[in-house]
Design a binder for this molecule. Structure first.
Ligand code: ZN
Length: 118
């Protein structure tokens, strides 16, 4: 494993912790009681189950955060599988600049362009 990959991996860990904390805080201190309930439920659920739980229970105001959490978890999985940094379409390495901009990027520049052109 290269130093660069390790840096990306620790970045994902940090971002994951931040997103989880933001979700917990928003739900916990929400003025809506059903959101406080979701907070209680999350605290009782293992972290890997949060995305499914939040998709089911939390409304559109949380969609962006839940999407972000899901992308980060998927990226974390890719480290475990040794697939991090490879394009999901063509399987070539993703440009470092793209990963530096967004560590959860799933495609190389070329495939991203192809996707948008579709
Ligand atoms: Zn590609």
């Amino acid at each position: 494993m290269t130093i660069e990959t390790l840096n990306f991996e620790s970045k994902v860990e940090v971002l994951l912790a931040q997103v989880r904390e933001e979700l917990l805080n928003r739900l916990r201190y929400s003025t809506l009681s059903h959101e406080n309930d979701i907070y209680q439920n999350l605290a009782a659920h293992p972290e890997w189950d949060w995305v499914a739980h939040l998709r089911d229970k939390s409304g559109p105001t949380y969609k962006d955060l839940v999407d972000k959490l899901e992308r980060l978890e998927a990226t974390q999985c890719q480290f475990d599988l040794g697939l991090f940094g490879f394009c999901s379409d063509c399987e070539e390495p993703i440009e470092a600049a793209r990963l530096l901009e967004d560590v959860t990027t799933q495609r190389c520049g070329q495939c991203e362009m192809n996707l948008k052109a579709r």
